[in-house]
Design a protein around this ligand. Structure first.
Ligand SMILES: Cc1cc2nc3c(=O)[nH]c(=O)nc-3n(C[C@H](O)[C@H](O)[C@H](O)COP(=O)(O)OP(=O)(O)OC[C@H]3O[C@@H](n4cnc5c(N)ncnc54)[C@H](O)[C@@H]3O)c2cc1C
Length: 610
């Protein structure tokens, strides 16, 4: 039985036909795998998604998490779900065998996650945070931290968090104030307040491990004075055998001060956390002092791709549900029909409803294609045998991360609104699900760096770094896809390829112009339209992904793809590609003109004039 909230066929298409997962088997790291083990990972995730996760969505949405007597309580289903995640080995799926991992490619796990998230996102966030924080200890922690914490997080007994945000340090992490005082015993004593810590407390599992940013007494101001600490909710009792099966634990003075009552994602507690109210909150330094933020970027970059996947997943759930609704909801008659006795037609037969569906498809499948492409690039960056390949892929991944985080979140919100719109008045009620997916989706534009912060990162750093080398590498990557599209002999694809080449050239010229402004000292002028720049850049990147998918579909049709469903699938890819190039790509020129114009209405307008 298929997952009703994501197209399994599309996932298989990306995995095998577009991104050719089997090629990864040539890397020694993946040598023990095969097409069969990839399929097994996918099919077990799909089963869990259908049978366990999907039924939990509505109950979790209806019950906000609660703080009672200092303890946060989550929906009881979470315990069973998390145990199943661990049993399937999801906590260590990509990690090396020496830490108990399965060494699966990120491409495969990203696409299994694409099945696991749409049915109900909160449980997966617990998992993602635990994997990311344990990975920080694996990469930068001491052997003792690995033995004590990482091991128990990877085996699913303990969960993890990322504890960065403070009331005065949200987007601006340089203002982190949580203090860490060294002691003669090797640990630090932490004091401070964190807010919005997802999974920061709960009542399933034995322990919670916070990977927290704090400032060692006397550290320099700004980001160069931030260190990373492992701060458990409960710490091992003095003298305990760290390898014991059941480790005796004592309270570590991390107080849950409140849960936030949220618009969506209600199954996931986001809490205010106080360290050291009694002066006994112990933390252990991870890595070297003052390098904490650079370490944390490992987790943030992983989390940003995960947020992008959340955006795709939430839009996908709503897209597929609204498609089914449109096929079954009768309303009105064809425009040309005047016969009131004729039966009503399903709304999917109205062209404008199909516009809303095709736009959702373009956003959902364009976004998923980009996220999957990034996952494959990460596999190459980490595991390729050729160092040049690793370096080149790493640079491209770095460049594309702000887009992969933001496009699915921002455009996913639009897609979710279209799904609601298709339900007419019913969509505005809580009897139907589109309203809850719309609420869930909004978070993705906020956490892991708001859209604004992603725009500043892209234009202020990523595209200009190394004299624009990453952007040139991206242009070359697009050029390869254009050549492949032209080689199909398909006239429409050729026209799309020409348009894409022009668009990427325009992005290059615009970037040079804005970069020169920055070099001349006019940083405000350079960054004035960073949000518009991010948007136009995203349109081009998604056009590339659509051209790639449509090219693969065209090649498959030319080879004589069998079966009406299969052919319809490939034709759908071509239709969505044609739509993106006709409806979205022309906006690049308009947005580029805005960035170039020096237009400064929102820079000049004063707060009292708003
Ligand atoms: C449900 C939820 C879960 C979260 N989970 C976690 C978690 O697990 N761990 C964690 O550490 N944090 C978490 N966060 C915190 C999240 O990362 C922050 O909320 C986010 O980084 C924004 O910070 P802020 O809320 O302080 O907003 P602010 O930084 O105050 O931003 C407010 C607005 O001002 C804009 N702005 C800020 N600075 C600038 C600037 N320099 N230039 C232009 N515009 C700017 C922002 O884009 C935004 O629109 C979570 C948040 C939520 C809502």
């Amino acid at each position: 039985m298929a997952n009703p909230l994501i197209s399994d066929r599309n996932v298989d298409f990306l995995l095998h036909e577009v991104l050719r997962a089997e090629e990864l088997l040539a890397y020694p790291y993946f040598a023990d795998h095969s097409k069969e083990t990839f399929e097994l990972a996918l099919s077990s995730a799909r089963k869990l998604a259908r049978e366990v996760l999907w039924p939990a969505y509505k109950p979790m949405d209806e019950a906000q998490t609660q703080l009672k007597d200092g303890q946060v309580h989550v929906h009881p289903a979470m315990r069973e779900i998390y145990a199943q995640f661990a049993e399937l080995g999801l906590t260590t799926a990509t990690r090396p065998a020496e830490v108990g991992g399965q060494q699966l490619p990120l491409l495969v796990t990203t696409l299994t996650n694409a099945s696991l998230i749409p049915p109900t996102p909160p449980p997966f966030r617990f998992l993602g945070l635990t994997i990311g924080s344990a990975h920080l200890i694996e990469a930068f922690g001491t052997e003792q931290l690995k033995r004590t914490y990482m091991r128990r997080m990877y085996d699913g007994r303990w969960t993890g968090t990322m504890a960065l945000t403070e009331p005065q340090a949200g987007s601006s992490l340089s203002d982190v104030q949580t203090k860490a005082r060294p002691t003669a015993d090797g640990h630090y004593l932490l004091s401070g307040n964190k807010v919005f810590i997802s999974g920061g407390d709960h009542d399933f599992g034995e322990n919670i491990v916070h990977l927290a940013l704090a400032r060692i007494e006397g550290a320099p101001a700004g980001t160069k004075g931030i260190s990373l600490f492992c701060v458990p909710k409960k710490r091992p009792a003095e003298g305990a055998d760290l390898d014991a099966e059941t480790l005796p634990l004592v309270d570590n003075d991390c107080t849950s001060a409140g849960v936030f009552h949220k618009l969506g994602w209600r199954g996931l507690p986001s809490i205010a956390l106080n360290f050291g109210e009694r002066g006994d909150c112990r933390g252990w330094l991870v890595g070297e002092p003052n390098r904490g933020l650079s370490y944390m970027f490992q987790m943030m970059n992983e989390a940003r791709l995960m947020v992008g996947l959340n955006g795709v997943a939430t839009a996908s759930a709503a897209f597929h549900e609204s498609l089914e609704y449109a096929k079954t909801r009768p309303q009105g008659r064809p425009l040309a029909s005047r016969d009131l006795k004729a039966p009503q037609i399903p709304i999917v037969q109205h062209a404008d409803v199909r516009r809303m569906l095709l736009r959702q498809k373009a956003i959902v499948e364009g976004g998923l294609s980009l996220i999957a492409w990034c996952a494959r690039a990460a596999d190459d960056a980490l595991r390729a045998t050729d160092e040049d390949v690793r370096t080149a892929r790493h640079k491209l991944l770095d460049l594309l991360t702000p887009v992969a985080k933001t496009f699915p979140a921002e455009k996913g919100f639009e897609a979710n609104a279209l799904a609601l719109q298709i339900h007419g008045g019913y969509g505005y009620t809580s009897e139907y699900l589109p309203e809850s997916w719309l609420r869930d989706q909004k978070l993705n534009t906020l956490h892991e760096g708001t859209t604004t912060i992603q725009g500043l990162d892209l234009l202020g750093r990523k595209v200009v770094e190394g004299g624009g080398a990453s952007l040139q590498a991206l242009a070359a990557e697009l050029g390869n896809v254009c050549e492949r599209a032209i080689a199909t002999g398909d006239e429409a694809l050729k026209a799309n390829a020409d348009a894409l080449q022009q668009a990427i050239a325009a992005v290059g010229a615009l970037t040079m112009e804005l970069g020169s402004l920055g070099l001349s000292g006019d940083r405000d002028g350079m960054m004035r339209h960073s949000a518009d720049y991010l948007e136009l850049f995203s349109i081009v990147v998604i056009a590339w992904q659509w051209l790639l998918q449509a090219t693969v579909a065209t090649e498959a049709l030319a080879k004589g793809a069998r079966g009406e469903d299969n052919q319809a699938f490939y034709r759908g890819k071509k239709a969505a590609c044609a739509y993106w190039f006709a409806a979205e790509l022309p906006r690049v020129a308009q947005l580029a003109a805005l960035c170039q114009s020096g237009e400064r209405s929102y820079e000049d307008v004063k707060a009292e004039e708003l």
